[in-house]
Ligand binder design. Structure first.
Ligand SMILES: Cc1cc2nc3c(=O)[nH]c(=O)nc-3n(C[C@H](O)[C@H](O)[C@H](O)COP(=O)(O)OP(=O)(O)OC[C@H]3O[C@@H](n4cnc5c(N)ncnc54)[C@H](O)[C@@H]3O)c2cc1C
Length: 296
């Protein structure tokens, strides 16, 4: 659902030329091919604008050199939306579409995140990208991130959904599992825990609904996106983790899907803007000023 709706595909649809949509969308929307996002680099994670992968004009296109890490689904992806640098500074950043079989493009060995998803390091050595495969030219970074905010809401929705699933499983378990001759739900220590979990999920869901409802069919507001993602990432992980605890050894076992919910929700606290970076963004709205994270 994420890869086919809210991931890089959504940014692509927002900015692609009609000809690009005709070429790539049928297979992507038909679920026959998958697109992966190449944004993060070995030396440009949270500081994404430090990215160095370059696109240098040559003939009817650009030559791309550099490397990316952590691109989810890269071992299987057919198409890559790659952030590149056409020139210096934030204003020099844009994005291109690179097809899997492009000469000079190498996909490294598959590694596995703790959540089970796979990624590979991507290597670009003089990869020729025709001008028809440029998504956003120099100056496109802000637009790229505006589109990425939809991906962030997809990430937030999955966090809160998996948190709620773990909650439901643990609630049913606590209703029937007996210790000391009574169901677990009759212990006040657990009742209070479940009350807190319920409120965390509801609060996060409402912030997500606000961001989505206010966006309508457009792109979501950056502050509302950051607030929703932060709340959903925290609620999803904390609730799934508490659900696991409430189920004891069964929660920690692969017999229950709750341990999977913990592993998946954990990753979304890092992916797509870590919870710390989201707080930085929220603080800028609170104080109505920028806080440069770089040394003078
Ligand atoms: C599950 C998962 C899926 C991902 N999928 C993709 C993908 O498809 N495509 C892609 O390009 N990338 C992807 N990523 C990479 C992701 O975007 C980066 O991991 C993320 O931006 C953080 O970068 P980093 O890992 O280099 O950590 P770093 O930037 O090195 O940060 C390390 C720690 O320091 C904190 N930190 C850094 N700067 C600050 C600051 N100024 N203030 C406070 N704290 C700070 C961070 O929050 C983090 O906790 C994925 C990551 C994960 C975990």
């Amino acid at each position: 659902m994420q890869a086919g709706n809210f991931g890089p595909l959504r940014t692509f649809v927002e900015y692609a030329a009609d000809e690009q949509k005709k070429r790539f969308l049928p297979d992507l929307l038909g679920g026959r091919k998958i697109m992966s996002l190449g944004m993060t680099e070995p030396d440009a994670g949270s500081a994404v604008t430090d990215l160095r992968t370059s696109a240098t004009a040559k003939g009817e296109g650009y030559v791309v050199n550099g490397s990316k890490i952590f691109s989810t689904h890269s071992p299987e992806a057919a198409l890559f939306l790659v952030y590149v640098r056409f020139g210096p500074g934030v204003g020099g950043i844009g994005s291109v579409l690179v097809e899997r079989d492009a000469p000079g493009f190498t996909i490294g060995k598959a590694s596995r995140f703790m959540n089970g998803e796979q990624w590979s390091q991507l290597y670009f050595e003089n990869v020729f990208v025709p001008a028809t495969n440029v998504l956003l030219g120099a100056g496109g970074f802000k637009k790229q991130i505006a589109g990425f905010n939809v991906e962030r809401l997809g990430n937030a929705a999955r966090s809160v959904a998996l948190g709620r699933h773990a909650f439901n499983v643990a609630r049913d378990y606590a209703s029937t599992r007996k210790q000391f001759g009574r169901p677990l739900c009759e212990f006040q220590g657990l009742q209070w825990k479940f009350a807190e979990m319920a409120v965390k999920l509801d609060a996060a869901q409402l912030l997500l609904d606000r961001a989505v409802a206010n966006a309508g069919h457009g792109l979501p507001d950056p502050y509302e996106t950051a607030a929703a993602k932060l709340a959903c990432n925290l609620a999803g992980f904390e609730v799934a983790n508490d659900a696991l605890q409430a189920m004891g050894g069964m929660g920690f076992s692969e017999e229950s899907i709750v341990e999977y919910c913990v592993r998946r929700t954990r990753g979304w606290m890092i992916a797509g803007g870590s919870i710390e970076i989201l707080k930085n963004r929220i603080a800028e709205s609170v104080f109505e000023r920028k806080f440069d994270q770089r040394p003078e």
